[in-house]
Design a protein around this ligand. Structure first.
Ligand code: SF4
Length: 218
């Protein structure tokens, strides 16, 4: 079994399916991808609940909201001024170019679509890939700080790679399988919260036998 498959299998056997990114619509997932920047998912859920209660979970509604009201609704997610601006930019872009329909935008081929998302202010690679993978169901591997930390400890990355290099590392070695990419990212996050924390809890780690850090720090 190749290394990435073995790591995936070990994590899956330990943690099981993660059932990630619960959302009612692709647009709600995209909103979540923006709101989750620099915060945890619990806070995002509160902000999304506020938007839902206000009937503001659509591009049209977000475009029309007063900025101050949008900031108030998403306040629980933190960085609410910045995120309100980003949500309105995306929503108004969809209104102006795709009749307010994210699904129309997501029908394009992956790479040009990714470039289009990255050209929007406030949409970095992690947010773009989250929108592509979770809202668009397109095989774009999502990388975050946990990914870099875990795979450098395992000895598969140096720790100096940029986002694109880490994404390519996975894309080059895994089949372009949306369900696999979805589950793999969720398992990495789960594992880094449970075991591979800033100060790793190596005892009982399902990756201990194949981890370079563990071998060097028995
Ligand atoms: S053995 Fe330790 S360093 Fe290696 S993956 Fe597990 S928790 Fe992280």
């Amino acid at each position: 079994m190749d290394q990435l498959r073995e790591i995936y299998q070990r994590l899956f056997d330990r943690y099981g399916p993660r059932h990630w990114w619960p959302a009612e619509t692709p647009f709600e997932m995209a909103v979540g991808a923006i709101l989750t920047q620099n915060t945890n998912w619990k806070n995002v859920e509160k902000a999304i609940a506020n938007l839902r209660a206000a009937g503001a979970l659509s591009p049209a509604a977000i475009c029309q909201l007063e900025r101050a009201e949008l900031e108030r609704l998403i306040n629980p997610s933190g960085f609410f001024r910045q995120k309100a601006e980003r949500l309105q930019l995306l929503s108004c872009y969809l209104r102006d170019h795709y009749q307010g329909r994210l699904v129309s935008m997501l029908r394009q081929p992956l790479e040009p679509l990714r470039e289009e998302l990255l050209a929007l202010k406030g949409v970095g690679p992690e947010t773009a890939d989250s929108i592509l993978l979770y809202a668009g169901e397109l095989p774009s591997f999502v990388v975050d700080a946990y990914t870099g930390r875990l795979f450098s400890r395992l000895g598969l990355l140096s720790g100096d790679e940029k986002y694109a290099q880490i994404r390519n590392y996975f894309s080059d070695r895994l089949p372009p399988d949306v369900a696999l990419f979805n589950e793999y990212h969720a398992l990495i996050v789960c594992h880094c919260k449970e075991h591979c924390r800033k100060r790793p809890l190596c005892a009982g780690c399902p990756l201990g036998e194949i981890c370079r850090y563990r071998q060097q720090n028995p």
